[in-house]
Design a protein around this ligand. Structure first.
Ligand code: DHK
Length: 161
């Protein structure tokens, strides 16, 4: 039997890159597509690009997923458990205030998550003040606009280190 000349270290596969999943709920696909202003619009693709670039510097993969459908968001959360996603950042949008089903999915997979809202939901209508997610979230960021996603990502990167 011939013995491999390659060293053991060369045969050891690199550890899998940590993964962060960013979930966006209904109508967030419309972000930045409204009335033109002097400011460059904040879009989901812009938010994703900024998060991806920041995470890459730490060797972390960021995937973003937006859906207008509750079941698709639930399916994505369940799939994340099989993909060994280490952290979830979620803006459930209007499902924040309605979806026990999406909350249950997050609790069931047990992946730590941060809840993000672009607006300060407590400064809006009373029906937006309740969240079905906050008591199970590692933290909640509300009202910082797109900065909220970057702040959540910094937290996730620190947790994954
Ligand atoms: C987004 C929405 O679409 C609303 O339904 C929520 C959230 C707030 C946000 O601020 O990102 O109430």
């Amino acid at each position: 039997m011939t013995r491999s000349k390659r060293s053991k270290t060369a045969e050891t596969p690199p550890p899998p890159q940590p993964r962060v999943l960013v979930l966006h709920g209904p109508s967030l696909n419309l972000l930045g597509l409204g009335t033109p202003t002097d400011m460059p619009p904040v879009t989901l693709s812009g938010i994703h690009a900024a998060m991806e670039a920041r995470a890459k510097a730490d060797g972390v993969i960021v995937e973003s997923f937006q859906s207008n459908h509750e079941g698709q968001l639930i399916d994505r959360v369940q799939a994340a458990a099989l993909e060994e996603v280490g952290f979830i950042i979620i803006n459930p949008a209007a499902y924040t205030h309605t979806s026990i089903a999406l909350r249950d999915a997050l609790v069931a997979v047990g992946i730590p998550f941060v809840e993000v809202h672009l607006d300060n939901i407590h400064a809006r209508e009373p029906f937006r003040h309740n969240s079905y997610f906050s008591d199970r979230a590692a933290g909640v960021i509300s009202g910082l606009g797109a900065h909220g996603y970057m702040a959540a990502l910094e937290f996730a990167l620190a947790r994954l280190r």
